[in-house]
Design a protein around this ligand. Sequence first.
Ligand SMILES: CC(C)(COP(=O)(O)OP(=O)(O)OC[C@H]1O[C@@H](n2cnc3c(N)ncnc32)[C@H](O)[C@@H]1OP(=O)(O)O)[C@@H](O)C(=O)NCCC(=O)NCCS
Length: 183
Amino acid sequence: MHLRFVTPDDAELLQAYIRRLSPRSRHKRFLGALSELPKAVLDDFVALGRNDRYSLVAIMTQDGVESVVAEARYALDRASGRVEFGLSVQDRWHGHGIGPALIAHLEQRALTLGGVVLSGDALRTNDVMIALARKAGFAIQPHPDDWTLVRFEKVLTGLVAQSSSSGLQMVGHEPRNTAHAIT
Ligand SMILES: CC(C)(COP(=O)(O)OP(=O)(O)OC[C@H]1O[C@@H](n2cnc3c(N)ncnc32)[C@H](O)[C@@H]1OP(=O)(O)O)[C@@H](O)C(=O)NCCC(=O)NCCS
C-alpha cells in the first residue's frame, strides 16, 4: 500500500471512493448525511495546497488493479499552528490498522508544515475513532460549539522523521507550496 497526494486529476477517483463508503462511514467522516461530495467540496479536495489544505489517498494494488482504500485531509491554520484533519478507511478494510498508520503519518505531515497541534472532530458516538485517537495519544474533549461532537487533539513535540514511521510509503512529489511552511 502506498500514499500519495490527491491532485485535480483524481476528482473521479476520489468521488468513486466516497460513493463506495457505507452511509454510516460517510456520516461519521463528514458529520452529516451525504451520498457524495458536493461539486464545490470535491473541487476543494483536489486543489492541492489551496488554503493550506491537502488530501491524501492510500492506494492498494491487488492483481494489478489499483484502488483507493483510505483518504485523509488536513489543513493548517497558520495563525494558531493548528492542523485539523479528517480521515476514512474503506469499510471492508476496517480493522487492519490503516487508520492508526494514517494518523501516525499525518503527525509527520503536520510537523513538516510547521504545525504545533494536530486535532480533529468526531461524532461523540464514534467509539472506534475515539478509541483510536486515545491510543494515539490524543486528548479527547467535548466540542466547544457542538454537543454531538468531541474534539481530539495532540500537541506535536516530535521531530520530523527522515522516513515515515507509520509504515505507509509516500510516493510522488511534495506539493511545491509546502516548502514555504517548513520551519
Ligand atoms: C475510524 C477509522 C478511520 C478507523 O480506521 P481503521 O483502519 O479501521 O482502524 P482500526 O480498527 O485498524 O484501529 C482502530 C483502533 O480502534 C479501536 N477499535 C476498533 N474497533 C473498535 C470498536 N468496535 N469499539 C471500540 N474501539 C474499537 C481499536 O483500539 C483499534 O486499535 P487496535 O488495532 O490497537 O485494537 C475507520 O473506522 C473509518 O473510516 N470510519 C468511518 C469514518 C470515520 O469515522 N472517520 C473519523 C472521523 S473524521
